[in-house]
Design a protein around this ligand. Structure first.
Ligand code: GRF
Length: 209
């Protein structure tokens, strides 16, 4: 069991769809593995996101702000209002499929974490598995990183890797990488929330006691 620091960080998750990474965080938290993190809210930008069912099941408050109904600015203003009301300390993008403006990112500078299904800086963007396979890469994996103003370019917190097999498809690769994501994201989040990450420009290191 991990040790609790004095201050528990309030975490909001932003998701657009299935929400299996959101579920991984919930499960890890319920197992007592994230004593320094409290999941306080889900923001879904799509009313059909399965992540909403997961929030309901685990009694986590959620807000649906449909991105297709608002301009990017309006969407972000509404989202920021919710996050500020809930006094959120850290935001996790868990399959959140929208690009955020620099205004939003700078409101939570170095306080937004994303999970991406490739070994960044290789294969950023929305088609990481497809791009990995068509490039012919032999190793892939996933990356947890802080979000900066670029697309999947922020400082890397943790990565995990695996082999890309012959005849791999987008689907098989995604299925192989997903369990790594589910393990890595809660670990990185707990390190962040327990203030065990030292962020020095692009370099993030884990502070060991
Ligand atoms: C994951 O592969 C994540 O790395 C990427 O989007 C996918 C979301 O899956 N950013 P889920 O919604 O967490 O199941």
């Amino acid at each position: 069991m991990l040790q609790k620091n004095n201050e528990i960080m309030k975490v909001a998750v932003m998701a657009s769809g299935r929400g299996s990474n959101f579920q991984a965080i919930i499960d890890s938290s319920e197992r007592g593995e994230m004593p320094n993190a409290q999941i306080v809210h889900l923001i879904a930008d799509n009313k059909d996101a399965y992540a909403i069912q997961r929030a309901s099941k685990h009694k986590i408050d959620y807000t649906v702000i449909e991105s297709k109904k608002y301009s990017r600015e309006d969407f972000e203003v509404r989202t920021l209002k919710v996050l500020q009301n809930k006094k959120v300390d850290v935001i996790v993008l868990a399959g959140f499929m929208r690009i955020l403006t620099s205004k939003f990112i700078n409101s939570y500078k170095n306080k937004i974490i994303n999970i991406h299904p490739s070994l960044l800086p290789s294969f950023p963007g929305a088609h990481a598995h497809r791009d990995t396979i068509s490039y012919g890469a032999k190793i892939s994996g996933c990356t947890v990183h802080l979000v900066d103003e670029g697309v999947d370019t922020g400082p890397i917190i943790m990565q995990a890797s695996l082999q890309v097999d012959e005849n791999e498809t987008e689907e098989t690769l995604s299925q192989k990488i997903l369990p790594l994501e589910h393990e890595l994201l809660p670990r990185a989040l707990e390190l962040y929330c327990s203030k065990k990450l030292k962020i020095d420009g692009r370099n993030v290191s884990i502070i060991t006691d």
